[in-house]
Design a protein around this ligand. Structure first.
Ligand SMILES: [Zn+2]
Ligand SMILES: [Zn+2]
Length: 173
C-alpha cells in the first residue's frame, strides 16, 4: 500500500508529468489560435467591412472554442465571391433578355439595334441618315450623329415606311 502510494506520488512529481501537462497546454493553445485563425480566414471571405472582420476574430479568440461556434451561427451564409458571381450572372441575364427583346416584328428573328433591315425577311426596320447612313429612331427629328435634319417627306417617300411604322411602335411598347 505504502509502495503503491509512493509509486503514484513519484508518477505525479516526475518530470514526465510536467512535460505531458505542458504539451497538453501547448496543443490546447495551438488549437485555440488555429480556430481563431480559421474564423479570420472565413470572415474575410464572407464579410466586406474590415471592422466586422476584426470583431469576428475577437469573437473567435474570446471565449475560446465557443466563440468560433457562435461565429458559425451568425456568419453571412455565402461567400463574397459567390455573391459577386451571382450578381454578374443576373446582370448578364438581364442584358441577354433586353437584347432578346429586339426582334424583327415580322419574322421574330433576333436583330441588332443598328440593323436597318431584317437580315432574315428583309423587312425595313429603320431609316438610315441621308448624310452619314447611321440608323435613325422613328421619332428623331434630326440625325444625332451628323446633325442632318430628318425630313418627314423623305421618310414618307420610302415605300416601306408604311409597313414599318406599326411594328416600330409595337417594339417600343
Ligand atoms: Zn424579319
Ligand atoms: Zn447623319
Amino acid at each position: 500500500m505504502l509502495v503503491a502510494d509512493n509509486g503514484i506520488f513519484d508518477f505525479f512529481s516526475h518530470s514526465t508529468w510536467i512535460v505531458i501537462r505542458n504539451l497538453t497546454i501547448f496543443f490546447v493553445v495551438v488549437f485555440w489560435l488555429a480556430t481563431a485563425f480559421w474564423v479570420y480566414k472565413d470572415a474575410r471571405r464572407r464579410i466586406e467591412d474590415p471592422w466586422l472582420v476584426g470583431m469576428a476574430v475577437v469573437l473567435g479568440l474570446v471565449p475560446p472554442f465557443i466563440g468560433p461556434l457562435v461565429y458559425m451561427l451568425f456568419r453571412p451564409p455565402e461567400y463574397l465571391e459567390d455573391r459577386r458571381e451571382r450578381e454578374l450572372e443576373i446582370k448578364a441575364m438581364e442584358q441577354r433578355l433586353s437584347r432578346r427583346d429586339l426582334h424583327c416584328p415580322v419574322c421574330r428573328a433576333e436583330v441588332d439595334q443598328s440593323f436597318l433591315v431584317c437580315p432574315v425577311c428583309t423587312t425595313r426596320l429603320r431609316q438610315a441618315c441621308r448624310n452619314c447612313k447611321q440608323p435613325l429612331e422613328a421619332l428623331w427629328q434630326v440625325c444625332p450623329f451628323c446633325e442632318t435634319p430628318v425630313e418627314p417627306a423623305a421618310v414618307e417617300s420610302f415605300g416601306e415606311t408604311q409597313a414599318l411604322s406599326p411594328p416600330r411602335r409595337e417594339r417600343r411598347a
